[in-house]
Structure formats: structure tokens, C-alpha cells
Design a protein around this ligand. Sequence first.
Ligand SMILES: Cc1cc2nc3c(=O)[nH]c(=O)nc-3n(C[C@H](O)[C@H](O)[C@H](O)COP(=O)(O)O)c2cc1C
Length: 163
Amino acid sequence: MRTLVLIGSRRKNGATAAKAQQLARTLDPDGQQTTIHFVDDLKVASCCGCNYCRKTPGCSQKDDAEMVIQEIQDSEAVIIASPVYFGTLSGQMKTLCDRLYPLYRGGGQSLISGKALYLVYTQHSGCDTYSEVRKANEDYLFRFLGFNLIQTVVVGKDGEKTY
Ligand SMILES: Cc1cc2nc3c(=O)[nH]c(=O)nc-3n(C[C@H](O)[C@H](O)[C@H](O)COP(=O)(O)O)c2cc1C
């Protein structure tokens, strides 16, 4: 399965990278169709809020976010993996997510309607902590953009839970 993995931790051997890559192997066992990006290795400026993408497909800023937007469209499954920082996504992952706004075309239309999404969060706290934040991210970010959330995996001090 063509799988795109976006990792929002700088720690290449950290918990988030480990879980994301383990999950990717279940979707694409030989890894031949898997693309992995550590968000910090990409050049992704913050959204400038110009609303160019509300009027015209694409983004006014030319950087790696455009590549990620294309790769999401070309993939069959996307894994978005982030350490929990202060209860939510890491800053670099949130910055990238803001730049995905061109995928949403308004009026409930999306360029990626139904695209399979797997979310991975790693955190120090127990797995059930921050469920309300995860729900908000699901509703206002990931489902809003058009993703079909297949599952959320949380790794915490009490082990691992799938929601
Ligand atoms: C800046 C910062 C903020 C954090 N905030 C939280 C938090 O709010 N709740 C929590 O349970 N863990 C928090 N942690 C712990 C990380 O989420 C946890 O160690 C995570 O598994 C790290 O993933 P990594 O190994 O991929 O870097 C924080 C860590 C850092 C560095």
C-alpha cells in the first residue's frame, strides 16, 4: 500500500518514530511503497494566512509543504505521528498541518475525501489523557481536511491503546 509517514519529532530513534515505522510496516510490509518524512528535515514555513488557497488551488508559498500536499494525494494511506507537547501536536507538526489548508476546497469539499489516515501520538502520560484534545484535532483538523480516520494509536506510560 502506498503509505506516507509524517513524523513530528526531531528524535529519529525516539518513541514516535519507532511506533510510526512499526505501523507503516503493517500497511506496507516490505517498505517499497513507503515514504517517510521527519517534518524537521523539510523546509516548511508557517501559514501566512493570505487565503490564496481559498481562491486558487495550491499555495502562495513555494516550499516542501507543496510536495507533502502532492504526496498525500498520491498515497493510499497517511500516518501522522507526533509526540504530545503540552497536551497536543508538536509545534512542527501543527505548522505542517496548517499548510495543508489547500486540501480543503470549501463547502465540505476536499481534494482527499476519504483518504485513509492513521494517527500516532506518544506521550509520557497515560493513554487516556488528552482524549478531548485528540477529539478536537480529529474533528477540526483531520476530518475537516477530508481524511477518513481509521485509527488512533496512543503510546503512553501505561502501554499502548488503539482508539
Ligand atoms: C516540550 C515537551 C512537552 C511535552 N509535553 C507533554 C505533555 O503535555 N504530556 C505528556 O504526557 N508528555 C509530554 N511530553 C513528553 C513526550 O510527549 C514524550 O516523551 C514523547 O514520547 C516523546 O516522543 P519522542 O521520543 O518521539 O521524542 C513533552 C515533552 C517535551 C519535550
